[in-house]
Write a protein that binds this ligand. Structure first.
Ligand SMILES: C[S@@+](CC[C@H](N)C(=O)[O-])C[C@H]1O[C@@H](n2cnc3c(N)ncnc32)[C@H](O)[C@@H]1O
Length: 276
């Protein structure tokens, strides 16, 4: 039997998810919030919201609560021009250097994005015959998507997500047809070796990396869930971990808020850092 979710509980959930993850849920999401809250307390085996919110205050169910309100939409090679840019513009010269190449995927969701980055990297290392050490750090606040990502197995509807033809996919993935539209994709261990998955809340005041640590940062389709003023704060922080000359990729509806004067725009939300 479902518990009645009142406006007060919906508002409390909105306040809490903002406090914990910076996620801003607008009023048009109320119905979805109601359904998700209902499902959540059932799965936590709790009978009413007073109990639920008081347990949440002690830290219990905090992660489950966060996982409930993240939006994890992602795809393999989403906005694929970013991967093409990486292959054609960055890798030919960067993979000639011996210094390790470091990439950060800052909202990796269920893993399709970091595995697309890794497949591009692996293909680049083959065609440019490179032994440059490469690593990808893939982070997200949501622990359930990180678990899915680590497994690296997906059913993909190729009518909705056509797979690219500009790289050798078979090198990185075992791909088995399941039906006319669907394929089963299993990430090869050699590809997984490039990636470390870790939990990270982008709302923390600092992140556990060195200043200017990364050559490339993917920060796509994540900051849109934050308020404008928070988008700017988070983006400035993320940007401080990018090397001068490094590349920041943003999602199609995101802007380089607060860092416009420190980047050169190369098109389609590709930004090269020109100063700290
Ligand atoms: C819509 S997905 C985008 C995935 C991928 N970057 C892409 O473009 O396909 C947004 C991701 O941001 C994560 N996220 C939301 N708030 C976060 C926060 N405060 N810190 C880190 N990740 C967060 C969510 O868990 C979710 O997996």
């Amino acid at each position: 039997m479902s518990v009645v979710v009142r406006d007060a509980e919906i508002n409390k959930a909105k306040e809490l998810i903002y406090e914990l993850a910076g996620i801003h849920l607008s009023n048009d999401k109320d119905l979805a919030i109601k359904n998700r809250l209902n499902k959540l307390i059932k799965s936590c085996n709790i009978q009413n919201f007073d109990d639920f919110f008081s347990q949440l205050k002690t830290g219990k169910f905090k992660q489950e609560f966060i996982n409930t309100f993240t939006n994890n939409k992602t795809d393999f090679f989403r906005e694929d021009f970013h991967f093409v840019d990486m292959l054609d513009r960055i890798l030919p010269h960067r993979l000639k250097e011996s210094e390790p190449l470091k990439i950060w995927c800052s909202a990796s969701s269920t893993g399709e994005e970091p595995y697309s980055i890794a497949a591009t990297l692996s293909y680049g290392r083959d065609i440019y015959r490179s032994n440059t050490p490469c690593s990808i750090l893939a982070t997200d606040i949501d622990t359930s998507v990180l678990e899915t990502a680590k497994i690296g197995e997906y059913v993909v509807d190729t009518c909705i997500t056509p797979l690219p033809e500009w790289l050798d996919l078979e090198n990185s993935f075992d791909i088995t047809p399941k039906s006319e539209r669907n394929v089963f994709i299993k990430v090869k261990p050699s590809l997984k070796n490039f990636i470390t998955f870790k939990q990270l809340n982008l709302q923390l005041s600092t992140y556990p990396f060195g200043v200017n640590e990364f050559d490339i940062i993917f920060c796509r389709n994540q900051i849109i869930y934050f308020k404008i003023e928070d988008q700017e704060k988070v983006l400035k922080k993320i940007f401080s971990y990018l090397k001068i000359g490094g590349t920041l990729y943003l999602g199609h509806s995101e802007s380089p808020l607060g860092i416009q004067n420190k980047v050169e725009k190369l098109g389609q939300n590709i930004f090269v850092k020109v100063m700290d």
